[in-house]
Design a protein around this ligand. Sequence first.
Ligand SMILES: [Fe+2]
Length: 382
Amino acid sequence: MTTYTDKGEKHEQGRFLCFDHLTFWVGNAKQAASYYCNKLGFEPLAYQGLETGTREVVSHAVRQGKIIYVFSSALNPGNKEMGDHLVKHGDGVKDIAFTVEDCDFLVQVNTPSYNLLTSANPLYPPVATIMHLPYFLLSQKARERGNDSSSLCVFASIRPCRPSGKLNFIDHVVGNQPDDEMVPVVDWYQRNLLFHRFWSVDDKQLQTEFSALRSIVVANHEETVKMPINEPAMGKRKSQIQEYVEYYGGPGVQHIAMNTSDIITAIRNLKERGMEFMSVPDTYYSQLRENLKHSKVKVSEDLDVLQELKILVDYDDNGYLLQIFTKPVQDRPTVFLEVIQRHNHQGFGAGNFKSLFEAIEQDQHARGNLTILTPNGVSKNM
Ligand SMILES: [Fe+2]
């Protein structure tokens, strides 16, 4: 594991502040938005569709704390762009928007590197294969207004009738890349957005008996926007990253981590709402109790409760984090979600990766995808 201290070059003016929102392209925006409201405690924020004069694409925006997701679907037959996207990727994240200061300046200084499209200025990476994501830069003022478009119809506040999800803001967004494509993407972030390397792990540190991956985290100068980029590494069996890439039809967003200040209540509530999470065996907690005896850090939450809820713990001498991962949120084994609470710890749970990956591998096996890899690249089922 490597932590980097060099933040590199800084924009002359105009900072990246935070994740603003994520847009998903899905088969049925109404039902997708409803899933996030019912199972995760989001509330309807805005709607754009036939009734608001939008004829081609319908969008439902939902919000919880500072987290905003927008779900969009085609309204008419023959929408080739959205149709092709859906056939290839299934439901997935189409773009990531950042809130920035001085949007005009940032767009202007970066214009040579970007391919500017439409009046909303989505910024496409110059290499088409990089996650297939346009990056919208939204001005801070637009964020403060609550919307970037006057054509959205804002819902009246609706009182939640079920326990709160207690999710506050987007902590990090993770992208998966095919083999050997992680470093070029990291370079792209460094060159074009002036992000820097924040943290990395290689496949020797991130492996189970069967599979392995590499990961580099890039961050903005203030380290308020963090994006881990993964790629699969050769193991005995197919990596979960490779499984993602095959089912997503290329690179894309693997998981979105949402920060909470009370993970125990959050997960109790989300489980009550019917959200499904990955589970680790009880041996994880007996090992954890043993390891914590020799640690400088003290976990203030009750370990019995963490074990009951299957919340994972990672720590160093200065602090710890608590995290848990959902099952994939669509039928394809692609995008999933994470809930994370930090106590003076800025990692991503490297100490939990092995346990987590073993849990994922069990599901991968149930899907018939934990295939054996042979030296000539042919894989076969177990
Ligand atoms: Fe994560």
